[in-house]
Design a protein around this ligand. Structure first.
Ligand code: MG
Length: 160
């Protein structure tokens, strides 16, 4: 029985006049994440973790920020497409995510984020952990200039 692990990381700048979307959930805040797509840093880290576990490419090459089709794109569509690729060959055992964000406070949105990711990946919410931590006021994340995310995914190869 083969297991495969993948890791993903992403960071986006927080700017005014953007909607803050994390794990596909709109979070009310005075700023949002800058990006060619919707800037969903949690989903980007998670997509890269899945692709990493499969030893495939990364979302940067798949959804380039220079392409017209990715402009303003809902990142949940990227996750749905990538999760679909697991298809009959792999199943997700679990995924564990850190979102590093000074403001706003995200814990009230945890369940909505877990459920949103579970729907996109077609797995039970019990297989998904989303954790939040601040950066203790240090650096660009600590001064709310950016939000970062880390993701780890464990896959199991299915018998064919
Ligand atoms: Mg990104």
């Amino acid at each position: 029985m083969a297991y495969r692990v993948g890791i993903g990381f992403d960071i986006h700048r927080l700017v005014e006049d953007r909607t803050l979307v994390l794990a596909g959930v709109r979070v009310p805040f005075e700023k949002g994440l800058l990006g060619h797509s919707d800037g969903d840093v949690v989903v980007h880290a998670l997509c890269d973790a899945i692709l990493g576990a499969l030893a495939r490419d990364d979302i940067g090459s798949r959804y380039p920020d220079t392409a017209e089709f990715t402009r303003g794109m809902n990142s949940m569509l990227m996750l749905e497409e990538i999760a679909k690729e697991l298809g009959p060959t792999h199943e997700i055992i679990n995924m564990d995510i850190n979102c590093i964000c000074e403001k706003p406070r995200l814990s009230p949105f945890r369940d909505a984020m877990v459920n949103s990711l579970a729907r996109a990946c077609r797995i039970e919410p019990e297989r998904i952990s989303v954790k939040f931590r601040t950066h203790e006021g240090l650096g660009p994340i600590g001064s709310s200039e950016a939000i970062a995310a880390q993701a780890v995914v464990l896959l199991r190869e299915l018998d064919s």
